[in-house]
Design a protein around this ligand. Structure first.
Ligand code: SF4
Length: 171
């Protein structure tokens, strides 16, 4: 049997029966240990770097920047202009991230194509190729906007059933 024939691991429907305190502890751990795969594609990536540096310091929220690669990451932050040529690479690296995984779209270009929305080569939003959990508006957004987006994502993680997350990824 080839490695690609192995069944996809799932958490399963039993996870819905997990007691609320157990779910709280599990989600508390997940929301404060997000390792970020930064997909920096244009000017917004500079603001992402500013948000991770000492002045804004998003590590204090339990968010660790610059994962070694997608296979170690929980969160992809797409910052900058997604082109049609780059889109397959974004999708491929997203698929290499382990479940459960999250995406923040950071900036107007990543949200909708931004100032280049009518260009022949620009993808009008990264959500056309991968699911997005949180959109951060702006051109570019300030680092504080990313911090706010991260807290919104953490609230979302705190409220979710892990099993639901796996099933939605497989749908
Ligand atoms: S949204 Fe604005 S600042 Fe961000 S990558 Fe696009 S053009 Fe640059």
């Amino acid at each position: 049997m080839a490695a690609t024939d192995l069944p996809t691991p799932t958490v399963g429907p039993v996870s819905r029966l997990a007691p609320k305190p157990m779910r709280f502890v599990l989600n508390w751990g997940r929301r404060y240990s997000l390792w970020v795969f930064n997909f920096g594609l244009a000017c917004c990536a500079i603001e992402f770097i500013a948000a991770s540096a000492s002045r804004h310091d998003f590590i204090r929220f339990g968010v660790i920047p610059f994962a070694n690669g997608p296979r170690q990451a929980d969160l992809m932050i797409v910052s900058g202009t997604v082109t049609d040529k780059m889109a397959p690479a974004v999708k491929r690296l997203y698929e290499q991230m382990p479940d459960p995984k999250y995406v923040i779209s950071f900036g107007a270009c990543s949200n909708s194509g931004g100032p280049y929305w009518d260009s022949y080569c620009v993808t009008n939003g990264v959500d056309q190729i991968i699911p997005v959990d949180v959109y951060v508006p702006g051109c570019p957004p300030r680092p504080e906007a990313l911090l706010y987006g991260i807290t919104k994502l953490q609230e979302k993680i705190a409220a979710e059933h892990l099993g639901d997350r796996y099933r939605s990824e497989q749908a």
